[in-house]
Structure formats: structure tokens, C-alpha cells
Design a protein around this ligand. Sequence first.
Ligand code: AMP
Length: 426
Amino acid sequence: MEYRRIKGTRDILPEEGLIRKRIFSIAENLFLTFGFLPISTPVFEQTELFVRGIGEASDIVQKEMYTFLDRSNRSLTLRPEGTAPVVRAYIENNLSSFRFPSKLFYIMPMYRYERPQKGRLREFWQIGVEVFGAPGPDVDSEVIFLMVEYFKKLGLKNFTTEINTIGCRKCRPLFLDKLVEFLNEHSEDLCSDCRKRIDLNPLRVFDCKNERCITLLKDAPKVSESVCEECLLHFEGVMNHLRMLNVDFEVNPFLVRGLDYYEKTTFEVKSPLLGAQSAIGGGGRYDPLVKECGGEDTPGLGFAIGVERLLMQLEEEGIVPQIEIGTDVYIVSYRGLETKAFEVANQLRKIGIKTEYDYLKRSMKAQFKQADKLGAKVSVIVAPEEHERNLVKLRNMITGEENLVSYDEVVGLIKTMVEKVDERCQ
Ligand code: AMP
């Protein structure tokens, strides 16, 4: 019988695994510097959380959730995004009493039943942050700055940052009236999806990829022209703070984003190199959400970056994150002396030196070949004659220099040798 991956999922193979580990650790260090602390939530939650938290009319809830009944007939859903679960965890664990305002980050897989294509998967990872309890535009700009700084730290250059304001609970209904009027006037020219959106979720027409709709919507009313004084001031504040931080940005008056809970600021980082799925990350402010999910009225905002899109972008820009796939030390042993190799290898690993030896009792030649293949900086040769005298041979694989040393000093000497080789390579 043959088993295959489920459509829209990927295996993360070792080399990519190491690259991901590297980009995750760069994110973690940067986020910690900005005062964000890690959080993880379960892979599945009550379905209702997402319906409430993301919005009944959103595409995710309408057609993309992996929802199932468990053995007790509860409706559960695989996490399609991180914000609603983090909000739930923030309320349930009373995190506001731990630190307020609260700044959290996560690196977690998400599940959406979308049509798989390049850059669009059914299981994908997101790196995200959420801030609770900070209402001012300075924080919006700080979060945008953080995302841009992360991309810059990874070496990315070819991306643009778009921002917009989509108004708030008070002023958006006015805009929606204008938009619906416009859409109704042109409904015959819209695609069938957009026609459905007029009643269901009119803002989403701006995410339509249909060429005719895109052209038509260029003349649609712009939300930024209808927002209230408070939202306008907030948006100006965001832009001013971004300028202070020297963040390059463009205002895209049609940037609305997919989830229903956003208000005021929305933003997205896009790449011209990624084709149709051009968004590497995006986010916005969602002030109503914490209350909507049962908590106290607490403003919130955040972003999520798609890890697989980020990897595609790194590749497109020719950036290869530094990874270590080799070993520091390889222990070569003559037949019958494998136990000594086993012993020394594990002593070295215990003090943090990457060490390999042969599990397969292969020939000396094959073992040296393997040492080369793994890029060993030092090899240890356990040979009968020297072993009799309680000695082993160390070979510096870079200079070819060899030394006979006693078993008692071998661990200390290797540590020094590896450190020296590392210094020379830097
Ligand atoms: P969203 O949660 O929809 O705002 O998405 C945030 C980011 O996650 C996007 O900018 C993408 O980089 C990434 N993303 C969203 N959906 C997918 C998907 N189906 N496959 C891969 N990446 C995705």
C-alpha cells in the first residue's frame, strides 16, 4: 500500500527545517527585543470561537474551515488563523494581570481548505504578534515597523508596505451604504462571487482577483474618504510615526484584508516576485474583538506572516540563510574499537560538540569519506596500536596536522581545536 501526503500539505525536509529554525530564531530574538513574549494555543478549538472571532461572513468561515465533530459530538475546528485563539487564551488565562498592555508572539501551523496553488496551502505556518491594551497610533506604527525590520534582518529588499484605514464601528456603516449603492448600480458587471458579496460582506469585493471587477472597483467609493474624524486622526498618527521610524510605505485606499474584525488600520507587505499570492504578511487593528470574544473592552492589533511565502521570497531574492548541516568531529575507528568511538563521541556531545561516528562498522576508507562528506573539522582516529598505549590520533581536517593524545586529554583538546577552526572560518 502506498501513502501520500494530503493535497495542500508539505513535508518539511531537513535542509528546509534548518532554514526555518534559523528564520524562527531571528524572529524570536527580534520580538523579544520589542518586548513580545511567546504563546502557543491548541491546534483545534471550539468552532464557535472562529465563527465569532473571524466573522460569519468571512471567506474563512464560509468555506475554508476544517470543521469536524469529535467523539462527544462537539464541533471543533483546526485553527485557520492565530488571532482568535490568542484572544481566547488572553481572556481565559487572565493575561492582562500578568502584564498590561500585553504583547505576545506565536509561530504556529494554520489550516484552511483553500484551493492549493503556489504560495497557497491547506497547512501553512504563520509567525504572528498580537498587542492587547494599546489604543494609540504609535503602536500601530511600531507593529508595522517590527514586521518590516524582521524582513530587513532576513536580508529582504524587494517588498512594499501598504497601509490603509477602514474606519471603525461608527463610521464604516456609512461607507458600506455608499459602497453597496455603487455595487448595486454595477452589479451586472461584477463576477458572481462579488455579486454575492454585496449582501454578505461588501468590503471583500476589494480582494477580488477578477480583472473586470478590479477595473470597475477603481471608481468605487474609497473608505478613507468616508471615515470619521477620530479614524482620520488615528491614521495620520500612524503615518507620522512611520515617517519618524523611516519606514517606506504606500497608502492603498482599497486594502481591506480578509478577516471581519479589523478596524482603523490595515497593512500588508507585498512582493512583486510572488505572482498571484503576493502578500507575505499583513495585519491590522481589531479593537472590538476582545469584547466580542467575551473579554473586557480592550483594544488589540497584530500581524501574521506566512512562513512558506517568506521562504519563497528568500529564494526569489537569492538569500540563503546560514545553516549548519555538517558535524564538528568525526570519529573513525578500526574494527573492534567501535565502543571507544561510541564513548568518546557521546562525551563530546555532552559538552556541546557536534560529533558523529560510524554506526555501520564500515571500512576506514568509507569512514573517512563520510567525515569529509559531513564537513568534519577534526577527525579522531581510534587505531589498535595507539589504543594499546591509551592514545588516539587527532587530525585537523583543514590543515592536515596530526597529534597523538591520551584519552584523558582528548575531549579538552578537541574542544580547543574546534574553537580554533571556527575562529579561522569566521
Ligand atoms: P491572513 O491570516 O489571511 O491575513 O494571512 C496572513 C499571511 O499568511 C498572508 O500574508 C500569507 O503570507 C499567509 N497565508 C495566508 N493564507 C495562506 C495559505 N493558504 N497558504 C500559505 N500562506 C498563507
